[in-house]
Design a protein around this ligand. Structure first.
Ligand SMILES: NC(=O)c1ccc[n+]([C@@H]2O[C@H](COP(=O)([O-])OP(=O)(O)OC[C@H]3O[C@@H](n4cnc5c(N)ncnc54)[C@H](OP(=O)(O)O)[C@@H]3O)[C@@H](O)[C@H]2O)c1
Length: 229
């Protein structure tokens, strides 16, 4: 099988390694070279739709595309504890990284998909993007950008059901995974609740392997359980 993996962070790299171990072919799009053997790395900022279009134009369409981009805090941008800490700039930056690249890649794929071309397009979301599951509040920019991502996935799925009925789109929650994104928040988690990136990658591939077209537009956690929007 051919994979395109967007993002070479903790989970992106672990997914790439897990796919290679299964004998799959992987093209990884990221800003820095992960220096992983057998992986075809393309230097791309995945938030830049023109760079993505240029990087993909000569590649054959893959069987699966997985977007692993995500940002919870960066530089001076911190997850908000209260409303007063939210700024328009932070919100737009979160949407730029957490929401837009999935839509940009979907636009690129849509220029090449046909009615009979099978494709599985997955994006890593987060349980905190669920509106019905929001019990703790806070983290405005992250929650809103992930809720918007979930809406984007659902809306793409409806359009593709009509135009490209062999293509499906799902969101994935990887669990709490030991990566730079979670590191500031995962201290003190009970034993067993912090997954290694390699375990998370295997869990996510298992979820993808067991999805069918009937699952398109829905969000699933690492254990295969559906997350309500
Ligand atoms: N770790 C967790 O516990 C956890 C929990 C729930 C959901 N998630 C979700 O899982 C996904 C993967 O997260 P991770 O833990 O692997 O995070 P990570 O190790 O911090 O990786 C972050 C990824 O996002 C990309 N990225 C971040 N800022 C960017 C920017 N300004 N411009 C372009 N690309 C940018 C990076 O791209 P480059 O490769 O180009 O550097 C990298 O691939 C994310 O969607 C995250 O929200 C993670």
């Amino acid at each position: 099988m051919q994979y395109w993996i967007m993002g070479g962070g903790g989970i992106g790299q672990a997914l790439a390694k897990a796919c290679i171990a299964r004998g799959e072919h992987v093209v990884l799009f990221s800003r820095t070279d992960p220096k992983l053997s057998q992986i075809h790395w393309l230097p791309v900022d995945n938030t830049d739709e023109q760079a993505l279009a240029a990087a993909t134009q000569d590649l054959p369409l893959p069987d699966r595309v997985i977007n692993t981009l995500g940002m919870l805090q960066q530089g001076r941008q911190q997850p908000e504890k209260r409303l007063e800490q939210l700024s328009e700039a932070a919100l737009l930056n979160s949407i730029h990284i957490n929401t837009w690249p999935t839509l940009a890649m979907a636009q690129i794929l849509a220029t090449r998909l046909t009615r009979t071309q099978p494709l599985l397009f997955a994006a890593l979301s987060a349980r905190v993007g669920s509106i019905s599951d929001n019990r703790g509040g806070g983290w405005y920019s992250y929650r809103i950008s992930k809720a918007a991502l979930n809406m984007a996935l659902k809306t793409i799925s409806i359009e593709w059901q009509r135009r490209f009925p062999a293509a499906m789109v799902v969101g994935l929650h990887p669990g709490t995974v030991d990566t730079p994104l979670s590191a500031p928040f995962s201290r003190g988690l009970p034993e067993g609740q912090l997954h290694t990136p390699s375990q998370a990658a295997l869990n996510l591939l298992e979820v993808l392997d067991t999805r069918t077209l009937a699952h398109s537009g829905r969000i699933f956690a690492w254990d295969g359980k559906e997350i309500q929007p």
